[in-house]
Design a protein around this ligand. Structure first.
Ligand SMILES: *Cc1c(COP(=O)(O)O)cnc(C)c1O
Length: 334
C-alpha cells in the first residue's frame, strides 16, 4: 500500500508552469441550488483571462511544463473546430513563445471563423484540417505532424485530444486537492463532484486525486462526447498511467469509473433540449454562462441528478462559454 501522501509529494516535484489563477473560486450557487433542491457549489474554472480560461489550462500546466523541460520549441495537438483545448494551447504557446500547430477535426468550411476557431487564428496558431472525424485518427495525425516537424529539425511536443495524456491529467490530481482544501475551509462536506467529460483527463485526474487522498467527494462525470469506443476503459488507462508518473502502483479499472451517458444526446456537439434548459436556468438564476457542447450538457446531468441525492454537491465548471459566440451553437438558446 502506498502511504497516501507519497504520490502527492511526487506531484509537487513534477515540472509545472503557472498558467491558471489558482485556486479558482468555489462559489455557493444559492438560487440555482434552490431551484434544484440541493446545496450547490460551483468550482469556477471558467474564470481567467479571456483566452485561457477553462479546464484545459490545468492540464497544460503539467503537459507544457514537461514540454519545456524536454526543450520543445513547438506544440502539436488536435480537436474540433470549437475546441477549448486547442484555443487554450494556442494561447499558452503564445505566452511561452512556442509555435502551435493545430490539427482540426473534419473539413475546412467556407464560413468565416467564429468562437474558439476565431481565437485560434487571432492567437497565431497554424491550422491544419484533418479531413477526418475519427478521434483515434486525429491523435495519430498529431504524432504524424510531430514526426514531420522533427524531420525538419524542430523539437515538437505532441499533446493528444483534450490534453488527456497521463501528464496533463496530473493537473486534475492537483485540482482535486485544491478543491478539498477549499471545502474544508468553508466547512462543507460535499458528497459528489459533477462535471462534463469527453477526452477523460478531468475525470481521470479527479478520480485519482480522490483515490490518493482516500477521502472527500466522489467524482461523477457526464459523458457529453463519447470520443472513444470504450470511455470507461480509456479513463481507467489514463488514471493508472498518471498514477505511475507519481510512483504509485494504484490501478483503476473500468468498474471504478463513474461516467453517466444519459446527457450524450446525438453525441459530441449535439445541443440537447436538456442542455439548453440548463444553460438558461443557470444564466437566469446565477448570471453564469455555460456552453452547449460541454459544461451545459454536464449541467443538464446535474439537474437530472440533484433530486436523487442530499448533497451538498459541487459542479465543476470546466469553462467553454467561448462557444456561445460560435455560429450555430447558440441558435437553439434564443
Ligand atoms: C474539454 C472540456 C471538457 C471535458 O474535459 P475532458 O478532460 O476532456 O474530459 C469539459 N468542459 C469543457 C468546457 C471542455 O472544454
Amino acid at each position: 500500500m502506498d502511504s497516501p501522501s507519497t504520490p502527492l509529494i511526487a506531484l509537487e516535484a513534477q515540472p509545472r508552469l503557472r498558467l491558471a489563477p489558482v485556486p479558482t473560486p468555489l462559489q455557493r450557487a444559492e438560487r440555482l441550488g434552490d431551484a434544484l433542491g440541493v446545496e450547490l457549489w460551483i468550482k469556477r474554472d471558467d474564470i481567467g483571462s479571456l483566452a485561457l480560461a477553462g479546464n484545459k489550462v490545468r492540464k497544460l500546466e503539467f503537459a507544457l511544463g514537461a514540454a519545456l523541460a524536454q526543450g520543445a520549441d513547438c506544440v502539436v495537438t488536435c480537436g474540433a473546430a470549437q475546441s477549448n483545448h486547442m484555443r487554450a494551447t494556442a494561447a499558452a504557446a503564445a505566452q511561452l513563445g512556442l509555435r502551435a500547430v493545430l490539427v482540426i477535426r473534419g473539413e475546412q468550411s467556407d464560413e468565416p471563423p467564429t468562437g474558439n476557431l476565431l481565437l485560434d487564428h487571432l492567437l497565431g496558431a497554424e491550422l491544419r484540417w484533418a479531413g477526418s472525424e475519427d478521434w483515434g485518427k486525429l491523435n495519430q495525425l498529431v504524432e504524424q505532424v510531430a514526426d514531420e516537424l522533427r524531420a525538419e529539425g524542430h523539437r515538437p511536443y505532441a499533446v493528444p485530444a483534450g490534453c488527456s495524456s497521463p501528464t496533463g491529467t496530473l493537473g486534475f490530481v492537483a485540482a482535486y486537492a485544491e478543491l478539498c482544501a477549499q471545502l474544508a475551509e468553508a466547512g462543507v462536506a460535499a458528497t459528489q463532484i459533477c462535471h462534463a467529460s469527453t477526452s477523460g483527463g478531468t475525470h481521470a485526474g479527479l478520480l485519482l486525486g480522490h483515490a490518493l487522498s482516500g477521502d472527500g467527494p466522489t467524482p461523477l462525470g457526464f459523458d457529453v462526447g463519447r470520443l472513444y469506443p470504450d470511455p470507461p476503459a480509456h479513463v481507467a488507462g489514463i488514471a493508472s498511467d498518471a498514477a505511475r508518473l507519481l510512483g504509485s502502483e494504484l490501478t483503476l479499472s473500468a468498474a471504478d469509473i463513474a461516467l453517466d451517458g444519459s446527457e450524450l444526446g446525438g453525441g459530441y456537439g449535439d445541443v440537447t433540449p436538456a442542455a439548453t434548459a440548463a444553460i438558461r436556468l443557470a444564466a437566469r438564476s446565477e448570471g453564469i454562462l455555460f456552453d452547449p457542447v460541454y459544461s451545459g450538457k454536464g449541467l443538464a446531468g446535474l439537474v437530472a441528478h440533484a433530486g436523487k441525492t442530499d448533497g451538498p454537491l459541487v459542479f465543476w465548471h470546466t469553462g467553454g462559454a467561448q462557444a456561445l459566440f460560435a455560429r450555430g451553437f447558440a441558435d437553439p438558446l434564443l
